[in-house]
Design a protein around this ligand. Sequence first.
Ligand code: SAH
Ligand code: DHB
Ligand code: MG
Length: 223
Amino acid sequence: MDEKLFAAVDAFVSETIVTEDDALRGAVAAAEDAGLPAIQVSPPQGKLLQLLVRLVGARRILEFGTLGGYSAILMARALPEDGRLISLEANPDYAEVARKSIEAAGVGEKVEVRVGPALETLPALEEESAGPFDLVFIDADKVNTPNYFAWALDRTRPGGLIVADNVVRDGTLADGDDADEATRAQRRLHEMLGDERRVDATTIQTVGVKGYDGFLLALVEPA
Ligand code: SAH
Ligand code: DHB
Ligand code: MG
């Protein structure tokens, strides 16, 4: 696996067609300064999220896993004026870093970061009838990706999109004997979707600065 080459191509794409501004660079720097792991989506992946937000015409977005707010800022920027994004983050320190960067990026009005393990904060969303959502980005604890997907599927409008990051996991997705719980969860999700008529889905493998991984994309069908 030529990680250097993948990173070089990401750098070229980032320099040419995916330009980051000071606020995005600031969000990455603030996260690094605060000791957060540098596991945010890459700039080209972030741009894909923005294009998807626009293609779907999203006005309501739900994100699982805020980290330092990088993907939240990107998606919020692709929303229309009245668009809203709710992002769920388990770590209160990360959420605080994210809130500051989100505010500094000028999208504080559009984005709400909710603290707590997502499975514990979802019931409140349900009570507030926060959905239906137009786009859901699942990028938190990987063992729960199938649970988040199942929750999201009931609350994403027809024509809406559910995106899950980190489903390929260095290709371990193809290994039925892999013991890693996170990988097993992605396999279970795929097996679940094989029989799921409510979505039309695919998984796209990716290489880049973040190594070898991939996104699952699921379009919600009309009822
Ligand atoms: N979407 C971010 C990256 C998220 S990294 C970006 O691209 O910028 C994964 C995040 O999920 C981490 O911040 C981690 O703290 C958070 N997380 C882990 N377990 C969680 C849980 N049970 N509920 C909500 N967030 C969780
Ligand atoms: C990890 C999480 C991510 O969302 C990601 O894109 C890469 C790595 C992690 O938890 O290690
Ligand atoms: Mg991820």
